[in-house]
Structure formats: structure tokens, C-alpha cells
Design a protein. Structure first.
Length: 257
């Protein structure tokens, strides 16, 4: 379909931010992490464990994502918190500010005596009912472990949250992050029926579409099989970006010199 080559779904500032973001991540983690990353797909081969939305199942899933992202599970505590921020403050022993509608929280307590007590990932309980969004949130929070905990970036970096989202693409979790960027929700309550759109993360679908195309181009994947799992909108943005990159873009290794 020729119309995919007509126009990028992102503007020049967004395109340059993604390009420079990939270069920054490559300098932090090495190009091999990008080239050797296993693209994780929502398939039984990658998530073979039964999932029943319980905390026990979430723990198993969490450990699997840790393994894929090369983060030591034993270094982290996992907490599931109620959706109400005040309940979280009352029930958790961590002194944290979840922020408005935070799906997950990365917490580091340098005062803890044991190393395994210093870092925690707290996840909102409603995520357990949405495994795709759950994986996306876990990947994002583990990205904080890698970037903030690893000393590659600090919280004062203006774009550290969007960069953490971009890292999930860089490390092979882009399908989950992109598909969760905008979620269609239906509801029915006391005779009222309707729908709403909820956003998860810091990057819009258009930027994810370009970032995924950049990821594929860097790995010389012209028509990756994994793209079949992208949601309709993201897949359109991905194809348009892929067509543009085939004609215009330079690889990270070259553009960052």
C-alpha cells in the first residue's frame, strides 16, 4: 500500500528525540543490548505460565519479565497496592508518593539495611486484570531499575520518564508498551453504559510506531513477524515510519558519530 510512504506519523522534534534517545541508550547500555534483545510477544512461548489475575500469577509474570530484561529478581520487592492512593500509604511500609493515577511505582530506599530491601516495584491492583498492561507497566518500572538504579540517569533528567518508555522498545518490550499507550475501556453501571480511553505511559502511539520502526531498522528487520501483534493504530504508524526510514534514515551507530 503506497500511502504508507506519504508521511511520518511524528513531527521532526519527536523523530529527532527518538533518534537521539536510541543513541543515548546505546551509549549507556551498549549496542549489543539493542541488537541481541529478544522481542517479547504476547504468545504462550514467551509466557507459558497459567495466568488467573491473582497476585501469585503476577509474581510469576514479574519474575519472567525480570529475566527477559536481565534484572535480578532477588534484588527487588514486589508489592500490589489498592487503587486508592490513601490506602496505599496506609497499607505499605514504603514512604511513597504514587502520583496521579500511577499504574506502577519504582521505590528506592538507600537507608534499608539489606540490599534486597532497598528497591521495590509497586503495582496497582487493577492491572492484574489486564495482563498486557501489566507487562507494559512492569517493563517500564524495571526500566527505572536499569536507568536510575544503574546510575545511567537520575530523576532530574527532564525526559527520564519518556526515556524509560523508549527503553522498553530498545529492550524488546515495545509491543506491550505501544499497545497499552491508549486503552479502550467499556463500562456499565446502574443503567449507564459507555466507553472511555485511558492512557498508560508517557509516549503516544504515534511515537511508539516510529520507535518500533527505528528498532526494526537498526536490527535490519524489514518485515518483522512480531509486528502482527501491534494494535491497529500502532501498526499503521509503524508501517508509515518503516517506509519513511527505508528511504531516509541513518542507523544509530552512524547518526551518533
Amino acid at each position: 500500500m503506497l500511502w504508507f510512504s506519504s508521511k511520518l506519523p511524528v513531527d521532526d522534534d519527536e523523530r529527532l528525540w527518538v533518534d537521539e534517545g536510541f543513541a543515548r541508550l546505546e551509549k549507556m547500555l551498549g549496542r549489543s543490548r539493542l541488537l541481541e534483545a529478544k522481542v517479547i510477544e504476547p504468545i504462550p512461548e514467551h509466557f507459558p505460565d497459567a495466568y488467573d489475575a491473582s497476585e501469585a500469577a503476577a509474581e510469576i509474570l514479574f519474575a519472567r519479565v525480570c529475566d527477559y530484561m536481565q534484572v535480578e529478581r532477588r534484588r527487588l520487592k514486589l508489592e500490589i497496592f489498592p487503587d486508592e492512593t490513601e490506602e496505599l500509604r496506609e497499607t505499605s511500609h514504603w514512604n511513597i508518593n504514587t502520583g496521579r493515577q500511577a499504574a506502577g511505582v519504582y521505590i528506592r530506599d538507600e537507608a534499608a539495611e539489606k540490599e534486597e530491601d532497598r528497591v521495590a516495584i509497586a503495582l496497582r491492583s487493577t492491572l492484574l486484570k489486564e495482563p498486557i498492561a501489566l507487562v507494559a507497566t512492569v517493563a517500564h518500572e524495571l526500566g527505572h531499575v536499569i536507568l536510575l538504579g544503574g546510575g545511567h540517569m537520575d530523576r532530574n533528567t527532564p525526559d527520564h520518564e519518556p526515556m524509560t518508555d523508549l527503553l522498553t522498545v530498545f529492550l524488546g518490550f515495545g509491543i506491550f508498551s505501544a499497545n497499552s499507550a491508549a486503552r479502550f475501556k467499556q463500562y456499565s453501571d446502574a443503567g449507564w453504559h459507555g466507553w472511555s480511553m485511558q492512557r498508560l505511559g508517557y509516549l503516544p502511539q504515534e511515537v511508539y510506531g516510529y520507535a518500533l520502526a527505528k528498532f526494526a531498522a537498526e536490527r535490519s528487520e524489514s518485515k518483522p513477524e512480531w509486528s502482527r501483534h501491534l494494535s491497529t493504530n500502532v501498526r499503521v504508524y509503524f508501517k508509515r515510519s518503516r517506509a519513511w526510514l527505508a528511504k531516509n534514515a541513518k542507523p544509530v551507530a552512524e547518526s551518533s558519530r
